[in-house]
Design a protein around this ligand. Structure first.
Ligand SMILES: [Fe+2]
Length: 252
């Protein structure tokens, strides 16, 4: 139930909004100076927290803390924030409440890996009724023109897949609790992205409008045969995993 949350009309339309490209090349590569922690999340990843639940360098969801709390009122990690003033400014620019804010490093993977990793986030756990629905900014930092952020309405249906090219400075805000998402990183070097949880509301709407927010774009084509083979493989793998989990439960 999310009837009582404040949402953004543009994000509601399709579950995401694309913003004007940021001129990433003008900024120093601050993300290379940050401290990373190993954190498995949809592939071979490491996280560099900029704002966390505690202000410490840790990547856990805010609801895993004691006391558990919603993904909002993130505390800046001072040692990190001072190394990355441009990234912090970009997170603060909307003026919306910020929860988790971190740079994610992802090692190259395959299309099959990516669609196996498709998942929905849990951004609104404990988010109080009447407040803004938590959505997330995905800002690509490295230049990865052959890589895509994959978004699906239906986890198992490639027809619903949108592919957003991860060129440097690409900026998308996504309702990652609604859309299945994962990154297909076809490069040879790690890919870096700034991911920020923001609260929907008038501040975020104004920010989206000021950066030309839109939901129409040309969805890049992929080879249909490659997609269907990968989907079959992943369906098989997911079915096997579900079976293994069910068997473990019966054993207990
Ligand atoms: Fe996610």
């Amino acid at each position: 139930m999310r009837l009582s949350y404040i949402t953004s009309a543009l994000i509601e339309e399709r579950g995401f909004v694309i913003l004007d490209r940021y001129q990433q090349e003008r900024d120093p590569q601050e993300w290379l100076d940050l401290e990373y922690v190993d954190w498995k999340s949809s592939g071979e990843t490491r996280f560099a927290p900029l704002a966390s639940a505690t202000g410490r360098i840790e990547a856990d969801g805010f609801w895993s803390h004691d006391p558990p709390r919603a993904d909002r009122d993130g505390v800046w990690v001072e040692s990190q924030a001072k190394k990355a003033p441009n990234l912090v400014n970009r997170a603060k620019q909307p003026g919306a409440n910020i929860g988790r804010c971190r740079v994610i490093e992802l090692q190259p993977n395959s299309y099959s890996d990516a669609i196996y990793n498709l998942h929905q986030d849990d951004n609104n756990r404990l988010n109080p009724d009447g407040s803004g629905w938590i959505v997330r900014g995905y800002y690509n930092l490295s230049d990865d023109p052959d890589s895509y952020l994959l978004l699906r309405q239906d986890r198992y249906d490639p027809q619903t897949e949108l592919r957003i090219r991860l060129v440097a400075g690409s900026q998308v805000i996504i309702d990652t609790q609604r859309l299945w998402h994962a990154t297909w990183h076809a490069g040879t070097e790690p890919r870096y992205s700034l991911i920020t949880s923001w609260e929907s509301g008038p501040e975020l709407d104004r920010y989206i409008a000021s950066l030309g927010g839109h939901t129409d774009f040309d969805n890049p084509e992929l080879d249909a045969e490659m997609i269907s083979q990968a989907q079959e493989r992943v369906n098989r793998k997911l079915a096997e995993r579900a079976e293994a989990i069910a068997e473990r439960k019966l054993d207990r």
